[in-house]
Write a protein that binds this ligand. Structure first.
Ligand code: NI
Length: 264
């Protein structure tokens, strides 16, 4: 299995921001060993903020099975300014970088002005098209604007992933038309996620990916605890149940999709 979206660089800081990067890396090593035992070979760690970028590249160098995306999260869009494209382009040159993300719009938390989120989003799509890298899109309570910007920026030229999907079936279908696959996290396993499971059922496994979004979104039965990549199997099991297919089929198809999109 591949955990297509996991913030390894954030896991060890869960509740303890004082520990050094070297200590965090030791903890990440243990987390990756545990994941390997659970059948997770590769992990994609997306970018969030400028200050994490150097650590992210260091993770890619230190762990052969960790691949990266670089990008500025909508929460951080207020830090996107003149010249940011050039700065991000430099980070994207690293050989472990396989996507631009996570980028998008988050109108649930509104931690950056919406105008800033939209500008950072469209300029990063422009960069991804230039670099021919797929996109990892975060959209929360902003589905109409997300779709409008993806369409007007010609995101279909590179496509990518709608991560931690929480939209409607209409949005999923529109995104698939734009060359995007749909990724489900532990939220698929939540007791109140009946609507999301109905949507997942209508998306072919050939267009589906699995992720943890760790350290957030821990699946049942770990809900509320610190999430880690080993738990991605819970998402795969839920998809097998939803589609009434063997677990092996879900694993094979979702792994192939992640390998194809990220070239890993
Ligand atoms: Ni994320």
């Amino acid at each position: 299995m591949i955990d297509s979206h996991c913030h390894l660089d954030m896991i060890p800081s869960w509740g303890n921001k004082e520990i050094s990067w070297e200590e965090k890396k030791r903890e990440i090593e243990e987390i990756l060993e545990k994941a390997a035992l659970a059948g997770i070979d590769k992990v994609l760690n997306p970018g969030v903020a400028w200050e994490d970028m150097e650590n992210l590249l260091d993770l890619g160098k230190s762990f052969p099975r960790v691949f990266l995306a670089v990008g500025i999260h909508p929460h951080e869009a207020k830090t996107w300014e003149e010249g940011s494209i050039e700065k991000l382009k430099e980070f994207a040159k690293d050989p472990k970088v396989r996507a631009i993300g996570e980028i998008g719009l988050d109108y649930h938390y509104d931690l950056s002005p919406r105008e800033a989120m939209q500008r950072a989003f469209s300029e990063q799509i422009e960069l991804a098209i230039f670099l021919k890298l797929p996109l990892i899109v975060h959209s929360r309570e902003a589905h109409e604007d997300t779709l409008r910007i993806l369409q007007s920026s010609h995101a279909e030229e590179i496509g990518g992933i709608m991560h931690c999907f929480s939209g409607s079936l209409d949005l999923a279908r529109a995104a698939m038309k734009l060359n995007f696959d749909i990724s489900f996290s532990g939220s698929l396993t939540f007791a109140n996620a009946t609507r999301l499971r109905e949507i997942a059922k209508n998306i072919p496994l050939e267009k589906t990916l699995i992720e943890t979004d760790a350290p957030y979104m821990a699946p049942v039965p770990f809900r509320g605890k610190r999430c880690e990549p080993a738990y991605v199997v819970k998402v795969a099991e839920k998809l097998a149940e939803i589609h009434s297919v063997p677990l092996e089929e879900v694993i094979e198809k979702t792994t192939r999709n992640a390998e194809r999109i990220f070239r890993i």
